[in-house]
Design a protein around this ligand. Sequence first.
Ligand SMILES: CC(C)(COP(=O)(O)OP(=O)(O)OC[C@H]1O[C@@H](n2cnc3c(N)ncnc32)[C@H](O)[C@@H]1OP(=O)(O)O)[C@@H](O)C(=O)NCCC(=O)NCCS
Length: 130
Amino acid sequence: MTAAVALRHEVFCVEQGVPEWEELDGRDQEGIHLVAVADDRLLGTCRLVHFGRTIQFSRLAVRADARRQGIATALLALADEEARELGAKRLVLHAQTYALKLYENAGYRPRGRAFVEAGIEHVAMEKTVG
Ligand SMILES: CC(C)(COP(=O)(O)OP(=O)(O)OC[C@H]1O[C@@H](n2cnc3c(N)ncnc32)[C@H](O)[C@@H]1OP(=O)(O)O)[C@@H](O)C(=O)NCCC(=O)NCCS
């Protein structure tokens, strides 16, 4: 958990300039944190938070030197499995628009217009848990 939050800090706050108060939104204790680990090194993380039968997917971050190797795609697939096991009906997320294809490839569809969150353009996306 400490390593996951440290990676999020490095990626969102240092690399992308998101304010720390916005990155740490107080929901970490209620979340399920998925991680990708190799050789004792945490390479990626994301978080699932339940709202009834909907699960919000967020905080997807992959270490800069481990990108474009399918780690985010694997975390999205694992999130699907978790959601199924938890009996959820829907997964929702706010995608940074530059990464839209990542989520479309994982079966998410955009919903509504782009908006700015934490100073970065996003679009809401969702998928039904199959
Ligand atoms: C976005 C991020 C999580 C992707 O992680 P990753 O492990 O590199 O992603 P994958 O290797 O699974 O990528 C799968 C596909 O997603 C798309 N994709 C991934 N990174 C992309 C990028 N920087 N620009 C455009 N498309 C991208 C591509 O279609 C890619 O397939 P390809 O490599 O065959 O072209 C990672 O770049 C990251 O941590 N970025 C900073 C934080 C961030 O933006 N988080 C997402 C918040 S919505």
